[in-house]
Design a binder for this molecule. Sequence first.
Ligand SMILES: [Mg+2]
Length: 221
Amino acid sequence: MKWNSIETFFLDMDGTILDLSYDNYFWHQHIPHIYAQKNNISFEKAKLEFEEKYKKKKNTIQWYSLNFWSEELGINLDTELIKTKHKIKVFPKVPEFLDQLKKRKIKIILLTNCPRKMLNVKITQTKLWGYFSNIISSEDFGYAKETDEFWQFLEKEIFYNKDKAIFIDDSENVLKYSYKNGLKNIISINYPDSNREKQEIQGYRSLDSISLFEFEKKFID
Ligand SMILES: [Mg+2]
């Protein structure tokens, strides 16, 4: 594939353009802490209880939902989101990378499992409004990206040529479903969380960071 044939860039948000360290902090530190306070139990016990509930919902749309967890835990997560929003961080050189795409007149479409409310806070906090021609939250479809339904809804929502599109995401399961649904040019991210070790995802091209994407290099042989 040559550069001048690429029309669409589908980008994941958390772990791809934003540091996943915020989400890991929010869900695995901050929320268990608030849950412990609320129920007058230790942080360790709160974490165990929450992680157990959380694990059961993995790969479902509820796993990502602020409303679902607000109700389930009896905590207003919207308030907690606002209290912690200063920790939301864009990865270095992401705006420059997005500028490069815009300069080449490539459509940039955000595909995220992050619910709308949280997505709005994140994009506002990192000042990334204006880069995307579409922003799709899987919450709109009612199916997470790691389902066939998500990709079927996407095809109805957006016209794009699968051969001329690139998709970048840090989740192995999501990449698997995108490939299964016809996307061919797929890239995974090796360091979605700046505080954690490298992750190894087999079977796709990978980048340590999205800003290391090599423009001009022939993409697919
Ligand atoms: Mg992600």
